[in-house]
Design a protein around this ligand. Structure first.
Ligand code: KE4
Length: 460
């Protein structure tokens, strides 16, 4: 059955994805195991993927797409890299889990400690959520304090204390951003504005020495790609030192992505605790948190702070992660990723100018963001939300029709891999050139439609 996609003028057969989705929604909430995959933000039916190789994924209808999702970060070597497949096959042949220490865990731990400047000891866990949740518990134990500062638009996984939004005013105690989060728990989290140190100072002025830690994405990647402005990270370091709080860098996305040592190495600002994930497991469930030996030795069984996990340090995840980090020891890899990202950024800017579309590109290495806005920079969540989400959604569908799969949300980053070579980048630019012309044309139509509609709130 050919389906006329409402978002574009061309037709692509995604009948099997649609049928798969109809079945999936009967089995799993929203038909997915993580909300973003349901395509609610771009208002359409998700694409079901059958396989991936290199920079390309194939859906269940046999359509191929250049992949810019990259599993939201882990796949810096692209899909199914040979080195990871060989390592996984070898490890799997020896068994999948033992509940006992293995040398694979020590091998990956050693690589993490050697790569990430602030880490002296590390603990493996199974997800970024678990890593951040555990790091915050450790920070509270080490300081004897309860309050946590996070940033609007920052995402650190779905642990209760971090599903929080700002209260009525700056530096007020948080309120739950999800049902099921007890108000008293949300009240232990303060929400500041990313890139605005004054909002952090106000938290310390108001709550003094009750603040255990600041938890920050050193490059924000969950309000699309928002880099730190000059002095922001250094300022957080100074405020933590001044007030006896700990600085937690959530590098689940940036770790091994923007530099082998993460954002802390790129910007030369050292946190007290670092959370890692995504690339660390090469696409398998794997994350970690680490810091100085003194701090980490508060953790059970060495110290009293409890944290555990049946599959933490799983041999398959350790093998995949070790294979990826070994590959990333080649320094030219980051130069190659940076070159590809610059080529893409220049091509998209040129295409947007030709199409007469206001498009802002912000990237740090291969962590990449496109914003439909006239703003010269997006530095915080309010500015990210002020962008034209509807234009982004039209762009998403136009690119999909032209064989490019973007993350299905205006607040997600694109991720390039070593498989995104110059030829692949040119194909993305070609697709964007035509898609932006289509967005511009439909923008006029959309404006006419909106003029005809009563005012209403956006889906977001
Ligand atoms: P996980 O629990 O999903 O492994 O990691 C949570 C997390 C923590 N910290 C940062 C900076 C993160 O970006 C994430 C998860 N990132 C999202 C993508 N923006 C995962 C995608 C999803 O939720 O399906």
């Amino acid at each position: 059955m050919e389906t006329q996609n409402p978002k574009t003028t061309t037709t692509t057969t995604r009948a099997k994805s649609e049928e798969q989705f109809r079945q999936a929604v009967k089995l799993m909430p929203g038909g997915v195991n993580s909300p973003v995959r349901a395509f609610r933000s771009v208002q359409g039916t998700p694409v079901f993927i059958r396989e991936g190789k290199g920079a390309v994924v194939t859906d269940v209808d046999g359509n191929t797409y250049i992949d810019l999702v990259g599993s939201y970060g882990p796949l810096i070597l692209g899909h199914a890299p040979e080195t990871v497949l060989v390592a996984l096959t070898k490890a799997a042949g020896r068994g999948t889990s033992f509940g006992m220490p293995t040398e694979l865990e020590s091998k990956l731990a050693r690589m993490v400690i050697d790569a990430v400047p602030s880490i002296g000891r590390v603990r493996m866990v199974n997800s970024g959520t678990e890593a951040v949740m555990s790091a915050i518990r450790l920070a509270r134990a080490a300081t004897g304090r309860d309050l946590v500062i996070k940033f609007a638009g920052g995402y650190h996984g779905h642990s209760d204390g971090l599903l929080v939004e700002a209260g009525s005013g700056a530096a007020t105690l948080g309120v739950p951003s999800s049902p099921g989060v007890p108000a008293p728990l949300a009240g232990l989290t303060l929400t500041a504005t990313y890139n605005e140190l004054d909002t952090v100072r106000r938290c310390f002025e108001q709550h003094h020495e009750r603040i255990a830690c600041i938890c920050v994405e050193p490059i924000a990647g969950n309000m699309n790609c928002v880099p730190p402005v000059k002095g922001f990270l250094e300022g957080l370091r100074e405020l933590c030192d001044q007030h006896g709080a700990l600085l937690i860098f959530d590098e689940v996305m940036t770790g091994f992505r923007v530099h082998r040592g993460g954002a802390q190495a790129l910007y030369d600002v050292m946190p007290d605790l670092t959370c890692l994930g995504k690339i660390l497991g090469g696409g398998l469930p794997c994350a970690a948190y680490g810091g100085s030996g003194n701090l980490m030795d508060n953790l059970a069984p060495e110290g009293p702070v409890y944290q555990a996990g049946t599959l933490s340090g799983n041999p398959l995840a350790m093998a995949a992660g070790t294979a990826v980090l070994t590959e990333l020891e080649q320094p030219e890899i980051y130069e190659k990723l940076d070159t590809a990202a610059s080529q893409l950024a220049n091509g998209l800017r040129s295409a947007a100018r030709r199409a007469g579309v206001d498009l802002l590109i912000q990237h740090v290495g291969s962590m990449f963001g496109v914003f439909f806005t006239r703003q010269k920079a997006v530095t915080n969540f309010d500015e990210a939300r002020a962008c034209d989400i509807e234009a982004f959604n039209r762009f998403f569908w136009a690119m999909l029709e032209r064989g490019v799969l973007m993350p299905p949300s205006a607040f997600e980053c694109w991720f390039l891999s070593t498989a995104h070579d110059s030829e692949v980048i040119e194909r993305i630019i070609d697709a964007a050139r035509d898609s932006l012309v289509q967005v511009a044309a439909s923008d006029g139509a959309s404006a006419d439609d909106q003029a005809a509609q009563p005012a209403g709130s956006s889906a977001n």
